[in-house]
Design a protein around this ligand. Structure first.
Ligand SMILES: [Mg+2]
Ligand SMILES: [Zn+2]
Length: 194
């Protein structure tokens, strides 16, 4: 590296917990446009504050094809993410960074999960160590992205879509590393990995 002194060394890499948004942190409200309607599952605030207490970053990666479909705007998505952090504030927790794909699936972009581009951007911008990081999500697309990145994957039970998710996992030949009934129990299992 040009100009880097021997004593400076590379930046210290951090662990991240990558989390999906819809169906994982709160109910999937199907193309949610209005930030005030956002809800979080019980236990999410406390769970994310534990993640921070362990020195890990919370990074939310979400597919938001509603932008390209014209159902809501980038500003709507950003207002929802601000609202999400407002809901977390009473728990002393927050999401450190949000990354979203605004594209429709037919464009086959590299950033829509199970694509890994947003995770790689987060890795570079936030100096993350993927090998010791983890992901929690409720869909095969989440688990697929995590598997390609080599992070610990946890499938949280998707309310009402369990059979569809199992079918998608089987079709993609994916097996999550861990499974959990709730987001909170998923976080506890991830943090227990040491
Ligand atoms: Mg989801
Ligand atoms: Zn995309």
């Amino acid at each position: 590296m040009a100009g880097s002194g021997a004593s400076a060394g590379p930046p210290r890499l951090r662990r991240a917990l990558f989390v999906d948004r819809d169906g994982t942190l709160g109910p999937d409200l199907h193309y949610l446009k209005e930030a005030p309607r956002l809800e979080l599952f019980r236990g999410v605030g406390n769970a994310l504050s534990l993640v921070h207490a362990h020195g890990e970053l919370v990074v939310c990666v979400t597919n938001q094809s509603g932008v390209e479909r014209g159902l809501y705007t980038v500003a709507d998505v950003e207002a929802i993410h601000e609202r999400l952090n407002e809901l977390l504030r009473p728990f002393g927790s927050s999401v450190d960074a949000f990354y979203y794909c605004p594209h429709a699936p037919e464009h086959h972009c590299a950033c829509r999960k199970p694509g890994t581009e947003l995770f790689e951007r987060a890795r570079d911008e936030l100096h993350l160590d993927l090998a010791s990081s983890a992901l929690i999500g409720d869909s095969a697309a989440d688990i697929g992205a995590g598997a390609r990145l080599g992070v610990l994957t946890t499938l949280v039970r998707s309310r009402g879509h369990e059979r569809e998710v199992e079918r998608d996992l089987a079709e993609a030949g994916l097996v999550p590393d861990l499974r959990a009934e709730t987001f909170e129990s998923a976080v506890l299992r991830v943090l227990a990995r040491g």
